[in-house]
Ligand binder design. Structure first.
Ligand code: BMX
Length: 279
């Protein structure tokens, strides 16, 4: 059955019609960050109005914490969501079809595990985007709640700021600005590829922190694979650079890093599959 799947991220919102793990139709709009959830939902309902007769269920994959269909920000710098917003309930009413909601990276972990880079076994998914999201699939089941919120981890030396505030796409753009360059994360990657020293330094810090995170994840969960994705179009070379930072680790401790196969659509495809099962 066809599902309307919606991914609300800190920067972009994607809506798609999905059937059997394949995208039939899709639209992409910027997330109006300051507008708030009522208007995000209204905008999506408006933009997808012409699809109304084509789907039977709705699935949301969103940045932030989702518990029992209620939505909150963990890091309001990634996206400011009011506490305990009743997302599943409002969406069910607005779209007139049964709706489920889950975290974006947890949905993406499921998508990659079933339709993407996964090859059976336990999998961790990591997205380096506006923030840093994560999802865990253990014994063929995606974990929910706080599980996998790796971007919120704080190392003892890190003081008050979460890891994503010193690693993610948002951090990369802010560092570029500090260095006197107005550029988004994708542009910083492009400059790094062209060999600009300031851009290479920023990317290298980001990849070192992401690589260290993967090393820690391996010790915590010992997954068979860690799949890396993210809205910054996973800049060619990002994973290679992570691997480079990990090259001195003893092989038995080394995480097995793989590039995501579904790109920025992993969350959409994952949540559509789970919504299609009836939630
Ligand atoms: C943050 C957190 C996670 C999310 C991750 C990636 C908020 C609002 N979000 O760690 O729930 O999975 O960012 O989100 O607290 P994205 O917007 O970068 O895709």
């Amino acid at each position: 059955e066809t599902v309307l799947a919606i991914d609300i991220g800190g920067t972009k919102t994607m809506a798609a019609l999905v059937k059997g793990g394949a995208i039939i139709d899709e639209i992409l709009v910027p997330t109006a960050r300051a507008a708030g959830p009522d208007s995000w939902l209204a905008a999506i309902a408006d933009k997808t109005g012409h699809w109304r007769d084509r789907y039977v269920r709705v699935g949301f994959a969103v940045t932030g914490l989702v518990q029992d269909g209620r939505w909150s920000a963990l890091n309001p710098a990634t996206l400011g969501i009011p506490d305990d917003y009743p997302l599943a309930e409002r969406a069910t009413r607005l779209f007139g079809k049964p709706a489920i909601a889950m975290n974006d990276a947890q949905a993406a972990a499921w998508g990659e595990s079933k339709f993407g880079a996964g090859s059976g076994g336990n999998l961790v998914f990591l997205t380096i985007s506006t923030g840093i999201g994560g999802g865990i699939v253990i014994d063929g089941r995606p974990l929910s709640g706080l599980a996998g919120h790796f971007g919120l981890i704080r190392g003892p030396s890190q003081g008050r700021s979460p890891l994503e505030d010193e690693t993610s796409g948002r951090w990369i753009a802010a560092e570029a600005l500090k260095a006197g360059h107005e550029a988004n994360a994708a542009e910083v990657f492009e400059k790094a590829r062209q060999g600009e020293p300031w851009a290479r330094a920023i990317v290298s810090q980001s990849t070192l922190r992401a690589a260290t995170l993967c090393r820690d994840i391996q010790l915590m969960l010992d997954p068979d694979q860690i799949v890396i994705g993210g809205g910054i179009e996973l800049a060619a070379g990002y994973i290679d650079e992570m691997r480079d930072h990990l090259k001195d680790i003893a092989p038995r401790l080394a995480p097995h890093l793989l590039a995501a196969k579904l790109g920025s659509r992993a969350g959409i495809i994952g949540v559509a599959d789970l919504a299609g099962e009836g939630g």
